[in-house]
Design a protein around this ligand. Structure first.
Ligand code: AMP
Ligand code: MG
Length: 501
């Protein structure tokens, strides 16, 4: 008998898809299959996520290269590219869409949540314009590392299920290895998805999309007297909370265009994103953000700007009387600042070990940030070392050594200790609580860069593996990985990051 090789797992039902987005009207997407690649190889499968998703892990591990390259479309998938528009750096582009991404479908995870599984870089779609629909290895590894680190930090974010190299080059400023990233998201509905239909005057589709998003992400608002307004308010609240969380860990998204803001409240589209080292509110990494539109401290305001664009699409659904509808929208937007501030201050209090609340806390927090800024202190390390100062003044030296100029932080520590005298709890409880919110490990830029260079130039994925590993437990001291907590040496510092395009 002739040996017949097993066919790629096209028939595997390892996924048990249930594709609700594909059941929406046809103007929401274009059906398109991934374009097969030459020689895919599985870099990494996120087994624990695969298990949470209820996937057949052994099968997808065995066939991972074929499945996650798009060579073999699993049974039950309904591959499609989603339509969306967006404001890019303030300029409206009426048609963007998934130009280098294909949604395979949705699964219901073990906790009953519906999750999208999407390939990023699987070839052209009707929305590719002049792009090749492909992704280079570097941005794929960056998204893998950073999105998983965000999750481990406890910040809502899309997840990394797998990464493969395609065995084919992609042509950017130089020739780079091609790769495909598999992303898992609560959904891929963006502010720009609403803008796509609003820009075409298609209010029926805006409403259908809102109904879909409500069902999927905000079912509670259906009981509200004004469900669409309640939906909008809920999106506002989630975004305000999300951006506050970014600031707590020094995260800079980099491209907060309206097409890169998810309605679900997850961090999405990790392009030229980065965590800052030395604290600087004006910090920008992205090479394309020349005017600092998306700088660290500008993110809260940009969040509100983007939500205003969302409000513009939804406003006719708020009330039949236009003037009333606009007033309702403005009131909802007006709440954003206070919601953000509340989340931000609450998180900052916890970072400096305060369980109680006092009037002067904002000034105290600002005092530390100002001292850090003036003295170029490393953001992550300063807060981590502060955890030790909560138990022992002997630890002050290690903290102070991070400040180029110690006077400000020394007098701040004295103020802080006076404030702590009025706090409940023991010093040990305080330091434990502080260590649970002040990470030791973030995916520092220079580490990401080193991992990308090793993978791209030498096909060496050991630095990538190590970085994913260490940042999966960001709040635990890991003696083996101590150097990963360190800021870059001057010659290691990364000043710019680039988009995946
Ligand atoms: P992004 O910068 O990832 O937010 O992408 C902005 C838009 O450009 C989206 O519509 C993407 O689908 C599209 N795009 C980015 N890179 C590519 C590519 N290599 N091929 C096709 N479309 C792309
Ligand atoms: Mg995008």
């Amino acid at each position: 008998m002739n040996y017949v090789p097993p066919s790629p797992s096209a028939e595997t039902d390892a996924f048990r898809f249930d594709n609700s987005f594909a059941r929406l009207p046809s103007q929401f997407f274009a059906r398109v299959d991934p374009t097969p690649v030459a020689e895919p190889w599985l870099i990494k499968l996120n087994r624990s996520l695969a298990e949470d998703l209820g996937l057949d892990v052994d099968t997808i591990e065995r066939d991972g290269a074929q499945i996650f390259s798009g060579n073999s479309v699993p049974a039950g998938a309904a591959p499609l590219a989603m339509a969306y528009a967006g404001h890019q750096f303030g300029t409206f582009v009426p048609q963007l869409g998934d130009g280098r991404a294909i949604l395979l479908g949705e699964v219901i995870d073990r906790s009953g949540q519906r999750r999208d599984i999407q390939l990023k870089g699987p070839g052209q779609t009707p929305f590719s314009r002049r792009g090749d629909g492909r992704a280079a290895l570097g941005p794929v590894l960056r998204e893998y590392i950073v999105s998983e680190a965000m999750f481990a930090l406890g910040i809502p974010a899309t997840r990394a299920l797998a990464a493969v190299v395609t065995g084919q080059p992609v042509y950017r400023e130089r020739i780079l290895p091609g790769a495909v990233f598999t992303r898992v998201a609560a959904s891929h509905i963006r502010v720009g998805t609403f803008q796509f239909f609003a820009a075409r005057g298609d209010m029926a589709s805006v409403q259908a999309l809102a109904d879909y998003a409500i069902d999927r992400h905000y079912p509670d608002v259906k009981n509200d007297e004004r469900p669409y307004l309640a939906f909008f308010k809920a999106v506002v609240a989630r975004q305000a909370a999300l951006i506050a969380r970014w600031l707590h860990v020094g995260f800079i998204h980099g491209v907060m265009n309206t097409d890169n803001m998810a309605i679900s409240g997850e961090t999405i589209d990790f392009g030229p994103c980065a965590f800052m080292d030395a604290y600087d509110p004006k910090k920008v990494f992205s090479s394309i953000d020349q005017f600092g539109r998306y700088a660290y401290a500008s993110q809260p305001a940009i969040g509100q700007w983007n939500l205003t664009r969302l409000a513009e699409t939804l406003v006719p659904l708020f009330d039949p009387v236009a003037a009333t509808a606009v007033d309702l929208a403005n009131d909802a937007l007006g709440e954003y600042g206070a919601i953000f501030q509340r989340h931000w201050l609450q998180g900052m209090r916890r970072k400096i070990g305060l369980a109680g609340e006092e009037e002067g806390d904002l000034d105290l927090v600002q005092g530390l940030l100002t001292a850090m800024h003036q003295a170029d202190a490393d953001f992550t390390l300063a807060f981590r070392r502060l955890c030790e100062c909560a138990v022992s003044p002997g630890a002050d030296t290690a903290l102070i050594s991070l400040f180029a100029e110690p006077t400000a932080v020394t007098s701040w520590l004295a103020d802080w200790r006076k404030r702590l005298e009025r706090e409940p709890g023991t010093t040990n409880e305080r330091t434990v609580a502080m260590r649970a919110v002040n990470p030791a490990y973030i995916p520092r830029n220079h580490r990401i860069e080193q991992a990308i260079v090793a993978a791209t130039e030498d096909a060496d994925f050991s630095l990538f593996e190590a970085l994913v590993d260490v940042t999966s437990k960001p709040y635990e001291d890991q003696p083996r990985f101590m150097s990963y907590a360190d800021p870059p040496q001057p010659d290691e510092e990364v000043r710019q990051t680039f988009c995946g395009t």
